[in-house]
Design a protein around this ligand. Structure first.
Ligand code: 1CP
Length: 354
């Protein structure tokens, strides 16, 4: 087993005792940091940054040089998987991700390949290996993937969407076609995450950013079922250590019990979730991660501290809390405020672990 100097994050995910509540931020490497913007300019475009292991490692480590974070997250994107299926991912200036080929018919979906993680996606595994080497055991490295449903929204819609009109039409008019796509994605994600674990990821998180756009029954049928399948297919112990799995469904607060029932180790909560009630609902089945509204980072430091204090008290004493934002950090946040947030979590949480 490789040595780890700070294992608070892994311990909290497994509901083991810690001295302070561990904290990291979704999208902690990103545009709010001037050093990120400089490295991205050096790389050219976003995908070139992802494909360059040294530069992807550099931006992964940038937030860790500024703040005493308890985990690093691989710098990559969830859309690497559909890109590796041959769909041609590109980024339109100011308009987010786009695909050259739309997955809007059975014929296209039937022909989609399952990407080889050490083939088309080897650049991601190279980034994982490089980051693990450069972290030198300081903190654990998080690997990640999108959920099949969330990936499918981008593939069927051809990019970001507000109403998910095309994929919902497919879900209700032609469900077998969507299930075929979701099955292929679940299989691809299992291979992809297991390869990240073998390359050095010490925990994995599945981002189901758009699960909350569905009704309860549709969520179970089109999203949760496939995340459950992934949880069942993942390597859960590697290099002598448990590899925790975190499921995050944005807007999934109503379904925490069902998410916990997949057998994952932790459930990510957005800011609409009451952490005290959430804890009572999931019992000792899983740890919880979350859940400050990222917009609080626009407030002055004392207000941020107040909100951190409120959330810590809401979760209360005991094990099984990883502090995080309820979604990704916004690009216009002042990096000083992110620092105030992280320090507040460490300083104010000690009393809950005595
Ligand atoms: O211009 C730029 O520099 C690109 C902005 C950017 C960044 C910094 C994109 C494009 N992706 C990323 C990195 C990224 N994406 C990480 C890095 C690790 C970290 O520091 O956290 C992670 C974990 C993601 C995951 C991701 N990509 C998600 C799930 C998490 C979430 O925020 O909900 C989603 C939905 C995406 C799609 C995506 N990629 C990029 C953008 C702008 C988007 C969102 C588009 C949309 O809103 O639909």
């Amino acid at each position: 087993m490789s040595e780890l100097k700070n294992d608070r994050y892994l311990r909290a995910l497994l509901r083991q005792p810690v001295d302070k509540t561990p904290v990291w931020m979704m999208r902690q490497a990103g545009r709010y940091l001037p050093e990120y913007r400089a490295t991205r300019a050096e790389a050219g475009d976003f995908m070139s940054l992802c494909r360059n292991a040294e530069l992807a490692c550099e931006v992964t480590l940038q937030p860790l040089r500024r703040y005493p974070l308890d985990a690093a997250i691989l710098f990559s994107d969830i859309l690497t998987v559909p890109d590796a299926m041959g769909l041609g991912l590109y980024f339109e200036q100011g308009e987010g991700p786009r695909f050259e080929t739309l997955c809007d018919s059975k014929a296209v979906i039937e022909n989609l390949p399952i990407p080889d993680p050490e083939g088309e996606l080897q650049y991601v595994m190279n980034a994982v290996r490089t980051i693990r080497r450069e972290l030198k055991g300081e903190v654990p490295l998080i690997g990640f993937s999108g959920s099949p449903w969330t990936l499918a929204t981008y593939m069927v819609e051809g990019g970001s969407s507000k109403d998910f009109a095309k994929i919902k039409k497919m879900a209700f008019a032609e469900p077998q076609t969507l299930h075929l796509l979701l099955d292929k994605l679940a299989e691809s994600v299992i291979l992809y995450l297991n390869a990240q674990i073998k390359a050095g990821a010490q925990a994995v998180q599945i981002f189901d950013t758009w699960g909350g756009a569905l009704s309860g029954p549709a969520y179970r049928e089109f999203s949760l079922q496939y995340m459950h399948k992934i949880v069942d297919g993942l390597i859960r112990e590697y290099d002598g250590r448990k590899v925790p799995v975190v499921l995050f469904t944005k807007g999934g607060g109503q379904w925490l019990e069902q998410i916990a029932d997949t057998g994952c180790d932790a459930v990510g909560c957005d800011w609409t979730v009451d952490m005290k009630a959430a804890r009572e609902r999931v019992g000792d089945r899983v740890a919880l991660q979350g859940n400050m509204d990222p917009s609080w980072l626009y407030a002055p430091a004392d207000k941020i501290r107040g909100e951190v204090s409120r959330i810590l008290a809401e979760f209360g004493h005991g094990n099984g809390h990883v502090f995080n934002l309820g979604h990704g950090i916004h690009q216009h946040v002042d990096p000083e405020n992110a620092g105030a947030f992280i320090n507040a979590v460490h300083e104010l949480s000690e009393q809950y672990h005595k």
